[in-house]
Design a binder for this molecule. Sequence first.
Ligand code: GDP
Ligand code: MG
Length: 735
Amino acid sequence: MQLKMALAGNPNAGKTTLFNQLTGSRQHVGNYPGITVDHKEGLLHYEDQTIVITDLPGTYSMTAYSAEELVARDYLVYNRPQVVINIVDASNLERNLYLTCQLLELGAPLVVALNMMDVAEARGIEINAAVLARHLQVPVVPIIARSGFGKDALLSAALQVASNNPQWKPLNISYGDDLDSTLVQLIETITSESLMTETYHSRYTAIKYLENDEQIQAKGREISPKTAKLLEQLVDKTAEHTNRTLDVYPEAIIADHRYGYIKSLLRQGVVTRKFDADRLYTSDKIDKVLTNRLVGPVFMLAILFALYQFTFSWSEMPVSWLENAFKWLGNLVEARLPDGVLKSLIISGIIDGVGGVFGFIPLIMFMFFGIAILEDSGYLARVAFMMDRIFRIFGLHGSSVMPFIVSGGIAGGCAVPGVMATRTLRSPKERMATLLTVPFMNCGAKLPVLALLIGTFFGENKAKYMFFFTMLAWIVAMLAAKLLRSTVLRGVPTPFVMELPPYRFPTIRGLFIHTWERTYQYMKKAGTVILGISILLWAMMTYPGLPEEVTASFDQKHQAAMAAAPPEIAAELKNKNGLLSDAAKNLNATITSINNEKAETALRQSIAGKIGTSMEPISRLAGFDWRTDIALVGGFAAKEVIVSTLGTAYSMGQVNTTDSQSLSDHLKADNNWNRVVAVAALVFIMFYSPCFVTLVCIAKEASWKWAGFSMAFNTIIAYLLAVAVFQIGTFFNLG
Ligand code: GDP
Ligand code: MG
């Protein structure tokens, strides 16, 4: 059998020298880039095999930017050599590995020949080939092509790879949020249309589209103009977006992430310098401090705390403005509309429901702004880098970090893209463990609940409590992951290399666009989905209404109270002009309490009220009354609904107050609520079943069985924790 072996590498990495060593021929060494763009072939007889060795033109990259690159790539994909020897210059490792990275992305069966070991040594660079091999997951053999040192070891490693008849398995690296989500879309189209799939993996084609690879684009157009147009439009949209927000094109982002990947790979004990010849880059200098094993995490926590401090203190005023605006609106409708279903719908269903969610827009906006700074500057990638060390302990993979952060690991993300981001994980068990635990993070929908309850019951130091609940989310997620990884998802960990793109100064425009995009998403959801669910829940809290005889008995009580009072006092209350006398105030209080009782009875009798009261015996153990239960059931649809439902429930259960109250006032006044209940509720809300959309997403990514598991697993954990908090807190009288 004839074996095909190709030599690939940067210009002057020593390909031709090695080629001559292996074949015994006398090719001219030191060809200049641009002169020979064709490949040369030679024969090698080794044991009983005949090997055709091809010396590819030297390239720095694998994109069709130059003729050499095109020749090299076309040779690889159309001739499919059983093994590719990638020669890298050990004395210039970082730059040479850029091509290696792309060969891995292409999926070629690789053996890395670490050439010029003599030069590296002379420069005081020590390279640990075994560590490099472990991280790249391909054999790495140190050689000196000029002297022939390591030639046999290289050949036997290459034949070993070839004899396994390897499949082309591409390496996946993450290119950051923006590009990764575009890639998912591109891949979907490419796969479903089978565009060039017999030549390239879908992901590879997708990356090349993002890199503006002209050859691939032209081929795409030739095969299917319609699909090609679709892909190009997607790419253009992304390019426009990154250009607007980050002032770079996708090609540059991709290159940055590849270099980041290489850099972090080299940090993991691959290279040791006996004497430091190179100057450190600014980015590296900053990282010396910010990702330092000891002070790095301290900085990280401090930055997180500062973010919350900034968010809560700067948003306090605008939040109260909005709150007052909704109060004013409520009072206006209260005064203008006649009593009845329409009034109840507008005040209780819409203003008090959705108003609660809208009220937190300033807070959300400040939070998103802070996160945009962390993200655009590249700091978020460092957070992921540091978290990776912790993740291993809990059986998660380094690639799990980004899904956690996307889901709201810092605050205000969403588990849906988080769940989808787990696609970068290659080990199915690590992926499942990640997928099942990312919903524990504090996504944007949980923020209004957190802000409401923290603001109402722990007003003094909101940032501190926000910090505490963020840490709690991580701790519970990690412990749950550990539990899953040591029971249903037991398995060995896989190696991981983290990409660290260089730091960048965020552009003001980029920050505003990122902030606005996310805030707008939140507003849109509140104005559409949440509004719809809120009205539905209002209807469930309104109908079927009180039976006639019950209404009549309350009316009777009302009349009796009025009749029992002296006529001039009753008249004074009816006219209600100016200040009331003490006697009239007393009468007013009696009437109000009768009306409240009537409203509460009506709410209890409603469909939602029945559901809530039927759950009360169980939820009482965690301190929740039936009204909270209604909100928690509603929150299953979307967690923002918890705030809007509480708003509606309290607004409906307490009519005829002289001034419209905010939900926060209601909660403070209700003796079913106190600090312990608030913490128990927060714990439950943070950890119980993922919202419906997330569950659908989990089902799509895994299966409905796992979605069901997630729902049950999370709800049980949440309930147990909430009961523990409530019982212990009540026992020590912390309320
Ligand atoms: P190509 O561009 O990849 O074909 O690289 P060449 O084979 O032409 O080698 C470039 C230069 O590096 C030549 O001058 C070689 O003699 C030199 N060279 C190749 N391998 C080694 C090595 O292992 N050690 C040293 N010191 N020089 C080498
Ligand atoms: Mg050459």
